[in-house]
Design a protein around this ligand. Sequence first.
Ligand code: 5AD
Ligand code: SF4
Length: 436
Amino acid sequence: MTPTTFRIKSFGCQMNVYDGERMAELLSEHGMAPASDGAEPDLVVLNTCHIREKAAEKAYSDVGRLRREDGSTPLVALAGCVAQAEGAEAHRRSGLIDIVVGPQAYHRLPEMVTAAAAGARPVDTAMPAISKFDALPARRRSGPAAFLTVQEGCDKFCTYCVVPYTRGAETSRPAADIVAEAHALVDGGAREITLLGQNVNAWADGALGLAGLVRALAKIDGLERIRFTTSHPADMDDELIAAFAEVPKLMPYLHLPVQSGSDSILKAMNRSHSVDSYLRTIDRARAARPDIAISGDFIVGFPGETEADFEATLSIVDAVRYAAAYSFKYSPRPGTPAATMESQIPASVMDHRLQRLQARLAEHSLAFNCACIGRDTSILVERSGRRPGQMIGKSPWLQSTFVETTAPIGTMLDVHVTEALPNSLGATALRQAEAA
Ligand code: 5AD
Ligand code: SF4
C-alpha cells in the first residue's frame, strides 16, 4: 500500500534539521502529508547522526521501537549519516528497515518509497555528481529563523572525525541558487537565515567567498539577520572577519571549534591550526567586532591526552572566555585514524576531565550572559514561552531571551536585558522595532 502520511525524526546537527525539512517538503510535493500529532504515520524517516558514541546501535534500537502495539510497522526509511555509513548492511541488521538513503541521495526518496511500498528494499548511498539540491522542490513556508545549507562535506580529515566519510568531499552550492533559496525563505516568512556547512567558511563560487555571499544576502529586503556555522579556524580569512565589522545584518556570533588547547594534541588531531594561530584569529574577530560572542567545540580524552594537555585546554578556555560551547568525550569512530591510535584514554579519566571542562565553560558563559544585563538590544521572536504572555526570541549573540510581550512570532523586538541565567536572558520589551 502506498503510504499517505509521514513523520521525520532528525537527530544530530543543524544540517540534519535542514535535510529533514527538505525531505518533508519533497514528500509533501509528492502527495504525502505529515502525520498529525498522536496519529500513526505510514512512513517514518529516521534522519540519523553518526558523529559520536554508539550511533548505529542507537539508530537500530530506535527502529525497533517503531513497532506498533498491534505488531505492525510503518514503512521505515533510515536516512542521514548512519544510513551512509551502514549502507546495505542496515537491511541485514534489521528486517524492519525498508529504505536506506544517504545524505546526498535523499532527493530520490519519493521513488524509493514507491518501490518499497511494492515490496523492494532500496538502498542509495551514492554521492552523485548532480546536486540533490537541483532535484528538490522550491522552498515555500518558513519559520522566522531558517537554515540554508550552502556547503557540504569536508576535506580536512581530522583524525577523529567521520564527516569526510559520511558527507563526502567539500562541495559548495552556486551563489545564484543560494540567493534564490534565501529569497524564497524570506518570502515564506524567514527574517533570519543561518548558512550551514561542515566547513562553511570554505564556501566558494569562483572568486566569491563566504564574505561576498554574506554581503549579497544582506541586500535582500526583509532579511534582518544572517549567521553562518560551522567555521574552520584555518579558513577564517580577513574578508570574512571584515564582514563582521561592515555588514550590520551579520550577527556578532562566531562558532569556531578549537577541540583542544594543546599543540601536540591538535597535531595528532590533524587540525591544521595551532593554539597561537587560533588565538590570533579570535583577536582579529574581536578587533573587527568587539562584542562578538565566540563559541567552540571541545573534545576531551583524545588518544594520548595527558593531564598537562588537558590543562592547556582549560587555559585556552580562560584565554578566549567562550560565550557558549559544546564539549564531548572522545568517541572512537570506526574507520577513522584516531580509533586505532595507541594510548586510548580510560572512560573514568574522560568523565572527570569533561566535568572539569564543563564547569569552567559554564562560568564563562554565565559571565558573558551577566555582562549583557542593562543592555538595550533586539530579539527575533520565535516562539511562545511557558508562562502566559511570555515569548522567547534570540538575541544577536544567540542567547534565548524571555520577554513579556504581545508581539507575534516573527517580530524584531527591541528589548532591555534585565536578567541573566546560565543559558538564557530575561528582558523587558521596549517597543516593536518594526511590524512583523
Ligand atoms: N568524538 C568526540 N567528539 C567528536 N566530534 C567530532 N567527532 C568526534 C568524536 N569522534 C565533535 C567535535 C566537532 C563536533 C561537531 O563534534 O568537537 O566539532
Ligand atoms: Fe570533522 Fe575536522 Fe572536517 Fe570538522 S573540520 S567536519 S571536525 S574532519
